[in-house]
Each structure stands twice: as structure tokens, then as C-alpha cells.
Design a protein around this ligand. Structure first.
Ligand code: AMP
Length: 217
């Protein structure tokens, strides 16, 4: 099964992608995670991407398209995958269509995570991430067992620069201008399924499963 998760910043698509990926044994491909990994490694790509990420802007298409192509060509993606945060622009959507044609793959569904924007700002400003492994927590909705320490790897938790107010504003603008128009594109292609992404993680997961099918977990 090949799924694309689309939605505004803080819509919870990354959280749902992680849960679904474990349930269905499908690789979760988060461009944001891949890019942050490159930044931590101080690779050439990471050094180019860092300023864009911290400002809440889109990293240039040529980088994200190449990274996506490389990742979905790997063997673990042969039975499907969840793309979280790609495509985010018309150029990326076109490039993805072409990748699917070239690789003989068919996109099953684009899930659009519809949320109320006030709730989203609270989700983003309260989010804390692990410096070492990237695991995500929330000061209200998903507390770590010990303050500021990652449950998974013991790394230190921090607030991403792009989860601070100025960058959040930019991320919403970028989303409205570049990513939101993709909803129409996928609707016209008959691929779009919308879910209500407000509420608790389990509630949203149930809505997601009722759209893609409960299957066997
Ligand atoms: P996310 O973790 O999905 O919120 O992404 C964090 C940041 O990574 C974004 O604000 C962008 O700077 C960058 N990014 C992630 N995915 C993409 C993409 N498909 N195209 C361009 N930049 C991206």
C-alpha cells in the first residue's frame, strides 16, 4: 500500500504515520526526519537545508526530490510505504508522479489531515523533540517519563527552531501557498481521502483506519 499524508504543520500526520507504519509494517518516510538527520550529520545536503528548515521555508525541490527518489527505491519499500511531508509543492507532486510511472508503482491514497488551526498552534509550540533520535513528545499531550529526557534513547529533548512562533507563521504561509493547492490536484485524480484530524491520537487513528481499511494488524 502506498500512501501520502498531506496536511498543515502540526496536523499530526507524522504521529499517525509512525503508528500506522508499526501496525502495517510499512516504512514511514518523513522528509522532515531525513532532512534533520542530514543536518545533524552536517552533510553537504544538511548544510544546504539547515537555514530553510530553521526559517520554516521549503528546502529546494531538487534536494527533496532526489532524497525521496533514493529512499523509495530501497528494498524495504517494495511492498509499499507512507510518505509523510512529500510532496509539498506542485513541482514535487509532478516529480512524484513521474517516479511512480518510472518505477511501475501506483499511489493508493492521499490522506488529507484536516485540523482546526488554533489547536495546531498549541500542538506545535508544546512539541519537544529528541536531539539524538528525533522522537517526538508534547508538554501536555505526550509527556516523557522523565523531564526533558527521551524515553527511547535517553537523549536530551529540545524545542525545534521551526516550532517557535516566527517560523510557525512562515510554515503556515508556505503551506497555504504551496502545499494546500495539492488537495485539489489529488481530488481531481480521485486519490484524496479527508479525515478529521482534531482530537486525541487514538481517535484520529480510528478515523484513519476506517478510511484505509482496518486490515489485519
Ligand atoms: P516537518 O518535519 O515535516 O514539519 O518538516 C520540517 C521542515 O523540513 C519543513 O518546514 C521544511 O523546511 C523541510 N521539509 C520537509 N519536507 C519537505 C519537502 N517535501 N519539501 C521541502 N522542504 C521540506
Amino acid at each position: 500500500m502506498i500512501l501520502v499524508f498531506l496536511g498543515p504543520p502540526g496536523s499530526g500526520k507524522g504521529t499517525q504515520a509512525k503508528v500506522l507504519s508499526e501496525k502495517r509494517k510499512l516504512p514511514h518516510i518523513s522528509l522532515g526526519d531525513i532532512l534533520r538527520h542530514e543536518v545533524r550529520q552536517e552533510s553537504e545536503i544538511g548544510l544546504r537545508a539547515k537555514e530553510f528548515i530553521n526559517a520554516g521555508k521549503l528546502v529546494p525541490d531538487e534536494l527533496t526530490i532526489e532524497l525521496t527518489k533514493k529512499r523509495i527505491s530501497q528494498a524495504d519499500c517494495s511492498h509499499g510505504f507512507i510518505l509523510d511531508g512529500f510532496p509539498r509543492s506542485a513541482a514535487q507532486a509532478e516529480a512524484l508522479d513521474k517516479m511512480f510511472v518510472d518505477m511501475g508503482l501506483t499511489l493508493d491514497s492521499v490522506i488529507y489531515f484536516a485540523v482546526n488551526e488554533d489547536a495546531v498552534v498549541e500542538r506545535l509550540t508544546g512539541r519537544r523533540s529528541c536531539k539524538k533520535c528525533g522522537a517526538v513528545y508534547h508538554i501536555k499531550f505526550k509527556l516523557p517519563k522523565a523531564d526533558d529526557v527521551c524515553d527511547v534513547c535517553g537523549g536530551e529533548l529540545y524545542q525545534r527552531k521551526d516550532d517557535q512562533e516566527d517560523a510557525i507563521r512562515t510554515r503556515f504561509e508556505v503551506y497555504a501557498q504551496q502545499t494546500k493547492p495539492l488537495i485539489e490536484r489529488y481530488q481531481a485524480a480521485g486519490k484524496l481521502a479527508q479525515i478529521d484530524a482534531n482530537g486525541a491520537i487514538d481517535e484520529v487513528l480510528n478515523r484513519l483506519l476506517s478510511v484505509i481499511g482496518h486490515g489485519k494488524d
